[in-house]
Design a protein around this ligand. Structure first.
Ligand SMILES: *Cc1c(COP(=O)(O)O)cnc(C)c1O
Length: 403
């Protein structure tokens, strides 16, 4: 088994920089194993000739939720490849543990179930949140009850059965930010969950400011190439143990191939985020000076997301981009643009959406690693008065086809 990282011989490693952790965390044991790339373990089950011993290990997991020593018995308990990703992400976020899931939504579901199982069904949340997170909290699907408030109203919204305070910062899709430290203070003993999908640990480590739980849609920047879905929760070991028990019982596990890809994604996370952020800041500067743009949103913390409100028809911009891909999701090496009111936040009630600042003229762009001049040229042509379309969705013959 290769689940445990063996310590480096007799040195107390000083704390390593983020860029170093990104390429080494979760891989500390590889050299001793005679490997360079992490092994992928696709086993769904693990042989054992000692069923009494297995019974004890299963009992131990059921009571403590602690990771098993040795083989995981069955792949719904644990997997050594996804465990490497968890180890690495915890290291980057500065938490004791991390628990991975099949998607960001599966991760949030497990957090809500873990708190509800302790009788804490009430959630206090600040809008905007990612559309489906808003929906999951508000639609009653999980038996949770939510109080929506602004950061100033948090302390007053907390009740004896409040299990969680949830925020996104920068928030999807307006890039609104909250002061994590001040907010954590208002939470008292209730854990603050920060969805850190947009900032990533490269730009912001919420636990350093008092958050207790950090959530990621790993589908976005952590994977970084638009080809893997996953979610992860970084937290202390006590809550991680509870999450593992929920994951075992409900089955939303991250596939080992996805775990491998996410670990690989982490190794380039700092360079990807920094390079894309430089382009995003430059596009933000140019958009802010452009008379076709009513308003540009770009967070103080930086990052590769830019949102902007157009004076013209946002749907025309979406239909006119050629290099930039008109698609939901974010955090990939290539640039994506979408209309939140139609797509990512469609599932949120229109009144709530508008009140959270997600207007009909807002576009959300995830800036990738293309040359910034090429991106600007594409944005400029898409923003200029477009030619009349022949019919809805039909591209005139003289425009490039093939997409
Ligand atoms: C995409 C997203 C999610 C949901 O993650 P999935 O991996 O799509 O399930 C949650 N939070 C934020 C901020 C997101 O952008």
């Amino acid at each position: 088994m290769d689940t445990e990282a063996s310590p480096l011989p007799s040195t107390t490693p000083r704390s390593r920089a983020l860029a170093t952790e990104a390429v080494h965390a979760g891989r500390d044991d590889l050299a001793a194993l005679g490997l360079h790339a992490p092994p992928i373990d696709l086993s769904t089950t693990y042989p054992s000739y000692d069923s009494r011993g297995e019974a004890e290990r299963i009992d131990a997991f059921a009571t403590t939720g602690a990771r098993l020593d040795g083989p995981p018995v069955y792949a719904r308990l644990d997997n050594p490849t996804t465990a490497r990703f968890e180890t690495a992400l915890a290291r980057l976020e500065g938490t004791a543990s991390a628990v991975s899931f099949a998607s960001g939504m599966a991760a949030l579901t497990a957090v809500l179930l873990a708190r509800a199982s302790m009788g804490l069904r009430h959630v206090v949340a600040v809008r905007p949140l990612y559309g489906c997170s808003d929906h999951l909290l508000g639609a009653g699907l999980m038996g949770t009850e939510v109080t929506w408030t602004d950061p100033a109203g948090i302390a007053g919204a907390i009740r004896p059965d409040t299990g969680l305070v949830m925020v996104e910062t920068p928030a999807n899709p307006t890039l609104a930010e909250v002061d994590i430290r001040a907010l954590a203070h208002s939470c008292g003993s209730v854990p603050l969950l920060v969805d850190n999908t947009f900032a990533t640990p490269v730009l912001q480590r919420p636990v350093e400011h008092g958050a207790r739980i950090v959530l990621h849609s790993a589908t976005k920047y952590l994977g970084g190439h638009g080809d893997v879905m996953g979610g992860v929760v970084a937290c202390d070991e006590e809550f991680a143990a509870r999450l593992r028990q929920v994951r075992f019982a409900t089955g939303g596990v991250l596939h080992p191939m996805a775990g491998y890809l996410l670990l690989r994604g982490l190794s380039t996370l700092p360079v990807r985020v920094r390079a894309a952020s430089t382009s995003a800041a430059e596009l933000c500067r140019r958009l802010s000076a452009d008379p076709r743009i009513a308003r540009v949103h770009y967070p103080k913390v930086g990052g590769a997301m830019v949102s902007f409100e157009v004076y013209g028809d946002p749907h025309r911009v979406i239909s006119a981009v050629r290099l930039i891909t008109p698609a939901v999701s974010l955090g990939s090496v290539d640039t994506l643009i979408q209309h939140p009111a139609s797509i990512s936040h469609r599932i949120v009630d229109e009144g709530d959406r508008q009140a959270a600042g997600v207007g009909d003229r807002l576009l959300r762009m995830s800036v990738g690693l293309e040359d910034v001049e090429d991106l600007w040229a594409d944005l400029c042509q898409a923003l200029s008065d477009p030619p009349a379309r022949t019919a809805a969705g039909t591209v005139p013959e003289w425009l490039p086809t093939g997409r």
